[in-house]
Design a protein around this ligand. Structure first.
Ligand SMILES: [Zn+2]
Length: 275
């Protein structure tokens, strides 16, 4: 990530605000539940820790749908689910965007309000956007920005596979992860993120705890051992160490929520769909 000066931050903040104003579904930004979750990160975290992700996965997405989305992703990222999708310079986002037919804007959008927004996916709309638009907030550490980019590509790719109605803009906030499990369009975007970060071999190693696996697959309580393995992997593959990142305490809590969410989702994909 390029260190940004305050004036650069200001300029990109204005750019992002202009962008947001043009979007048809802009009011969605005031998504009440997400904002509430942002204010109470500890509540959200408690919900995530308890939740059985296998149930949420099974309810939201079929095996066939997941397989089809993964096959499409394997054409975008070679060795998808065999190797972690690595950090890339933001100019590579543009190359991928050109190939897939969307526009990408990757700029920092800082401040406490800005940081909450990780990115968004806006559909093409007559007179406003010629092509779908993906915004990635690069004020976050590189692995977080990459996560946002992959999540938004997930929206772009899954529209047709899941036959989703062309709808509003999908805003991606760094909160309310538990809510993302109940909406198939968000769930599928998070599924690809968790596979991008934890390819199959890594997932099998992290979640190799057969004593936790009953007759019916569950993915609820992440063991201390699994959590330690998750952290080790994030450091090794992405150089990301939550405790060393220079971020405000509250932001750290949001990142922790994201780590738990994606790890549990990966566990559920392995336990339920053997992926
Ligand atoms: Zn989303």
């Amino acid at each position: 990530m390029v260190a940004s000066t305050p004036s650069v931050d200001r300029a990109s903040e204005i750019k992002v605000r202009q962008l947001l104003r043009r979007l048809p579904g802009e009011r969605q930004i005031a998504n009440a539940r997400k904002i509430a979750a942002l204010r109470k990160p500890a509540n959200d975290l408690r919900r995530l820790l308890k939740r059985d992700y296998v149930r949420s996965l099974r309810r939201g997405l079929g095996y066939g749908e997941v397989r089809r989305v993964l096959a499409t992703f394997a054409r975008i990222f070679p060795a998808f689910n065999s190797r972690s999708v690595g950090i890339m310079p933001t100019k590579n986002f543009g190359t991928i965007a050109a190939k897939l037919g969307f526009t990408v804007k990757a700029v920092p959008f800082g401040g406490s309000e800005g940081l909450a927004l990780r990115g968004f996916y806006a559909q093409r709309s007559a007179g406003v956007l010629k092509d779908p638009l993906i915004f990635v907030n690069t004020a976050h550490p590189p692995v977080v920005a990459l996560t946002s980019f992959v999540h938004e590509i997930g929206h772009h790719v899954s529209r047709e596979i899941l036959r989703l109605k062309p709808s509003r803009t999908h805003f991606y906030f760094d909160a309310g992860y538990a809510d993302q499990l109940t909406e198939p369009s968000e769930l599928v975007a998070d599924v690809v993120v968790s596979i991008a970060g934890y390819p199959e071999k890594v997932a099998r190693k992290i979640f190799a705890t057969p004593w936790d696996w009953g007759l019916v697959a569950r993915a609820s309580r992440l063991s201390d051992n699994a959590f330690a393995e998750v952290q080790r992997h994030l450091k090794e593959a992405y150089g990301f160490d939550l405790y060393l990142e220079h971020v405000p305490a509250e932001q750290r809590l949001q990142y922790l929520g994201g780590i738990i969410h994606y790890a549990k989702l990966r566990w559920a994909l392995l336990a339920e769909y053997d992926l």
